[in-house]
Structure formats: C-alpha cells, structure tokens
Design a protein around this ligand. Structure first.
Ligand code: KIV
Ligand code: ZN
Length: 522
C-alpha cells in the first residue's frame, strides 16, 4: 500500500517500557497514552498483556479510554497470549492484535529450537486465530534483519495469506545498516505476493546508533508504518526515536514527499513528560528535544542567526512546541494561568490535583525568584507521587560535614495521623536518610541507581532525584523534587517504599515476563 502517508506506531508503553528502570505505573501509562493521542499517533502499542496482570490491566485501561488511535497489544504465537490481547484491547473502537515469532537461524536454533516449517506453521496458526477475533492483525518476524532473505520472504508471504494486515520488519538487535535495509525491503517487494495489499512496517533498535537512519531507509524503500518511541527509549540502546523520524520527514519533505499525521508542536511537551515519568533524562545534545538542540553558542553562528535564523537553524523551535520564553509564571499568577500551562505541558489533571499542585506552586513561588516549566513539571510529579501514601515526610533534619559521620533524623506521618520518628547514621547524608527511612518502614531496599539533576537554572533551582532500587528481585523507580536535594532524595525513596507497601496491602506480587521467553505453541 504505497501511499504518501506514513503511519506512526508508538511503542513507548511496550518496547520503551522494557528499558531497564523504565517500568511505569498504570496511572503513568494512562498519562502517556493521553499525550500520545494528543500528539496524534496512529497506533499506540499499549503493552504485552500476557507478561503480567499489571500489563494486562494497563492495556485494558488504555483501551477503555478509547481516545482515538488504534490500541494494540503484543502476543507470542500462542492462543493464551492472543486471547489475552483481544480481551485487553477489544473495548477500543479501533484495536489491533500484534503477533510475533523469531525467524533468524540464531533464534531458531538457540531460542526456539524449532525448524523453519514449524515456525511458519505457528505464525499462520496465530494470525488465523487473531483474524477470527479482530480485523486488524500485525505480524512481526523477530530478528528479520538477520533472517535469510528467501526464508523471510516465505514467512511474510505465508503471513499475508493467513490474513495479516500489517507486516512489520524488525531489526531486533540493531544490526543492519541503511543500504542493506533498503535492499531487504526492495527484495520483499519483488518476492512477496500480495505485499501491495498490506501495510509494510519497520521497527528498528539503536545498538549501532542507526535506528532512525535505518527506518528512513525502509521508508524510502516502501515501508509505510514506522514503529518508534518517545525519546528513543527501549531495550538496550533503545528504539527509533519518534521525534527524530517525524521531524526528519517533515523538515526534508521536499526529499521524501511523505506526511505523518503528527502534531509536531506536541513533540517537546511529550518528550518532557516521558522523561519526567520514566526518570530517563534527555541528553542535552539529543536531536530535536535536547536542551542544546536550538542553542547557538559560537559567536559566528550567533552573528548569522541575528541576520537570518535559517543560516544555522533548519527547524524552528516553535514547530516542536518549545515556547519562545521558558519563563512562564510568577508568584502573582492565578489558578487559570497555572491550569493552562499545566495542560500545555501535557498533564491532564483533575480539579483536586490542580489545586494541590497550585498550592505547592504558590509555596515555591514565595521562595524562588523565577518559575520555569521545569519547576511546574517537578511540582506535578512530586504532588502525584506524594499523594499516594501511606507515609508522608513530615520533617527531615540532616547533620553532615568533613570528617564526621552524617546523621539523619526524620518524622513520617501515616494516613491515620500516626507518627514515627527515626534517627540513623551513615557515611554521607544520603546513606543516613535512606537508612532512617528503611528503619521507619521496615522495608529493606537495594539501591541500584541514583541520579540528581537540577529541574531548571539558577542557584535556587529545585533538585530532582530519581532512584532505582531492587526489592525481592524486582526493580522500582522513585522520583522526588525539592529545593533541598536531600529532601528530594528522601521523597524519591519514600515513593518506592509507599508503592511496595500499597502493593503488599492489595496482596499483589508483580511478575514481569519479557519477550525473550518467547516460545511459539500454536
Ligand atoms: O524488536 C523486536 O523484534 C520487537 C518485536 C516484538 C516487534 O520488539
Ligand atoms: Zn523491539
């Protein structure tokens, strides 16, 4: 189906979430799904329902909101997975079942231990079953880029005959290069009967830093769906970055003559939202959405820019939704202006949440000279996390210095007003505070990663802390913000402790499967 329209298939909530430390709560996923719908992506791959009850619930909740894009779920080639996806997505007006099985010799021999014919049989069985449940079925031969071309063409032909409406060609391990991928797509066009009747899709990983280039090569050779993630998050080095591929097609439209339906002015807010939620900082020099992407330092460049912006700028910042002035609100700003800004930043808060965030905004505005977008984002993330209890931080006192142990004294309050006070000593203030929180809650965590960064500029900026910890072999991520960096750190740690306690109360135990335990059984 060679049209001029490229479908954008966003997999931030499925492949993106598979990135270490990127797992998200249901509420966070709903927030991202709403932002993706506002961005006008064509398809949202909302998750892998068979991976865990949490994944199933999230896909179902996203489908239930039915915000416009096709809602898709991933399944291995077995009846249980397929039935689960259907159950999870069917409430959305437009829904899709995406089935996959690996096809390369390496995967056949070492992972699946299946012969070529068996794999085709399982793919055909899975697609046939999925088509009985749903008109929109996508098939992916995993590790396609390392699969023998003639066998790949055979698999794709069988998939189309069985009823697949989209066939996706993944470069699962980020191994291919643009010229080779171009050849692969052209080969399929020549050797697969019926390929003109389906949407051919591309799905690239960034292990060699070529996910966007490879996706564009596939588009040049006839692919009409690109699978990608916001900020390129995903397994290992990540996936093809949505904002990069969309802006490449837009900025070089005279070369490609292709359109996406994306509202590019939502790219920057969506990138910030995903980064805030996942705690995956956007590198300053990241194309399109990095802080430096539109900064011109060199004198000669600044001189050129003053004469005419197009001398050194190929896109305008407003095209991707960067407001000209990042200085937004002050301490005299009202609730309406605050609410509008919150919405522009991609957050969909109810009245209660806006009021809570506004109170925090006012408190901070009293202490801080200039309020930036980053301050508002940090406040919202904080309010969101701290509103989830059972424990809240009432007070924190730290003593530390050169040549002495650090001491943390903190008080926690629970929902019923009960109070607990703990004091702990550590080599530094962070260790002391973490030990006091663990003693107070009885939850013993292993810290895996700790990041601290400034939400905005200036000495009075808020510090944003992100922690990744392990509990019972499972990773948890927490986020906190405050002008006091140790308090921000404590809030991040406490968020995780609260989440574990809530899960315990509900009797939930999360088991996170991965696509690697892939065994076709149809
Ligand atoms: O990278 C990959 O091969 C995938 C498939 C499941 C599409 O994510
Ligand atoms: Zn992938």
């Amino acid at each position: 189906m060679a049209t001029n329209r490229i479908k954008i298939f966003d997999t931030t909530l499925r492949d993106g979430e598979q990135a270490p430390g990127c797992s998200m709560t249901l509420r966070e996923k709903l927030r991202i799904a709403k932002a993706l719908a506002d961005l006008n992506v064509d398809i949202i791959e909302a998750g892998f329902p068979a991976a865990s009850p949490g994944d199933f619930d999230a896909v179902k909740a996203i489908a239930d909101e039915n915000r416009g894009p096709v809602i898709c779920g991933l399944a291995r080639c077995n009846p249980e997975d397929i039935a689960k996806v259907h159950e999870a997505v069917k409430s959305a007006d437009k829904h899709r079942i995406h089935v996959f099985v690996a096809t390369s010799a390496i995967h056949r021999e070492y992972k699946l231990k299946m012969a070529k014919e068996e794999i085709i049989k399982s793919a055909v069985g899975a697609i046939t079953m999925a088509r009985e449940l749903c008109d929109d079925v996508e098939f992916s031969p995993e590790d396609a880029s390392r699969t023998e071309l003639s066998y790949l063409a055979e698999v794709v032909s069988a998939a189309i005959e069985a009823g697949a409406t989209t066939v996706n060609i993944p470069d699962t391990v980020g191994y291919t290069v643009p010229a080779e991928f171009d050849k692969l797509f052209r080969y399929l066009h020549e050797h697969v009967t019926g390929i003109e009747n389906i949407t051919l899709s591309v799905h690239c990983h960034d292990d060699l830093g070529m996910a966007v280039a490879n996706s564009l090569a596939a588009v040049g050779a006839g692919a009409r769906q690109v699978e990608c993630t916001i900020n390129g998050i995903g397994e290992r080095a990540g996936n093809c970055s949505l904002e990069e591929v969309v802006m490449a097609l837009k900025t070089r439209s005279e070369f490609y003559s292709l359109d996406t339906g994306i509202d590019s002015t939502r790219l920057y807010p969506t990138a910030r939202l995903v980064s805030g939620i996942t705690g995956m900082q956007i590198p300053r020099n990241k194309a399109i959405v990095g802080e430096n992407a539109f900064a011109h330092e060199a004198g000669i460049h600044q001189h050129g820019m003053l004469q005419h912006a197009s001398t050194y700028e190929i896109m305008r910042p407003e095209e991707i939704g960067i407001s000209k002035s990042n200085l937004v609100l002050g301490k005299h700003s009202g609730r309406h202006a605050f609410r509008d800004r919150v919405r522009d930043l991609g957050f969909d808060l109810d009245d209660f949440e806006v009021n809570r965030a506004f109170q925090e905004f006012k408190k901070l505005a009293d202490k801080k000279k200039d309020m930036y977008d980053g301050d508002i984002e940090a406040i919202i993330m904080n309010v969101d996390n701290s509103s989830t209890g059972p424990w809240t931080l009432k007070s924190l006192q730290i003593t530390s210095g050169t040549g002495i142990d650090a001491t943390a004294t903190l008080e926690l309050l629970d929902e019923n007003g009960a109070q607990i006070r703990k004091e702990a000593v550590g080599d530094g203030p962070v260790e002391a505070a973490f030990t006091a929180l663990e003693d107070a809650s009885g939850i013993d965590l292993t810290l895996k990663n700790f990041e601290l960064h400034s939400a905005t500029v200036g000495e009075d900026a808020q510090g944003e802390a992100t922690v990744v910890v392990e509990f019972n072999g499972q990773p948890f991520r927490g986020h906190g913000a405050s002008q006091d960096i140790i308090e921000a750190t404590c809030r991040a740690y406490l968020e995780v402790i609260n989440r574990i306690l809530r899960r315990r109360e509900l009797g939930l135990e999360e088991i996170k499967a991965t696509t690697d335990v892939n065994r076709a059984t149809i």
